[in-house]
Write a protein that binds this ligand. Structure first.
Ligand code: SF4
Length: 176
């Protein structure tokens, strides 16, 4: 297998079994990992560890304030890591030029992709994207992205992998 045959995917670190969640646990997903196959190599990314929150750490959540979404502590709203998470995602940009897709952990205030609960001041709940996922999607609108829960559906999984392979081909040949 040559280097050009290898496809690099970004993936939320906890899905790989790394104990990086706020409670010291992981969310390893063998069903997904077994489906990836030998061509796929992964770039493991945990934004909350990346900004220095540590493990374990106080949980954070998304809140909407005047149209803006912020990531703040569940128990201590004065803990606001919005800028740090956004900056982390921006600084990741050069490394992400090498990936051909990204698998995000669903429902996370950092990694969720349209699946994360976001609370308004009057406690209304809507679904939004975690701050890392939102920034990656904003900066790379053509990058194939998904969440682990979507990959349980074989049709969605095949569709995602087809998009990844096509994106990889364009990266390496400029065509496809
Ligand atoms: S969901 Fe994202 S921020 Fe949370 S533990 Fe997993 S990789 Fe880290």
């Amino acid at each position: 297998m040559s280097a050009g045959d290898i496809i690099l995917l970004g993936i939320s670190s906890c899905l790989l079994g790394e104990r990086v969640r706020y409670d010291g646990n992981h969310k390893r997903d063998d069903l997904i990992l077994k489906q990836l196959g030998p061509r796929i190599h992964v770039m493991s990314i945990c934004p909350e560890v990346g900004i220095g929150l540590g493990v374990p750490r106080p949980p954070i959540q998304l809140v909407s304030e005047g149209g803006a979404v912020r990531a703040v502590g569940v128990d201590d709203p004065s803990l606001d890591v919005t800028e740090q998470l956004t900056l982390f995602a921006q600084q990741l940009s050069p490394q992400l030029q090498a990936v051909s897709g990204f698998i995000f952990k669903s429902r996370s205030p950092s990694c969720g992709m349209h699946s994360t609960e976001c609370y308004s001041a009057n406690n209304d709940v809507s679904l939004g994207s975690g701050l890392l996922a939102a920034e990656i999607m904003r900066r790379n609108p053509r990058l194939p992205v998904t969440e682990e829960i979507r990959l349980y559906d074989p049709v969605a999984r095949d569709n995602f992998m087809e998009r990844v392979v096509a994106y990889h081909r364009r990266q390496h040949t400029g065509s496809g």
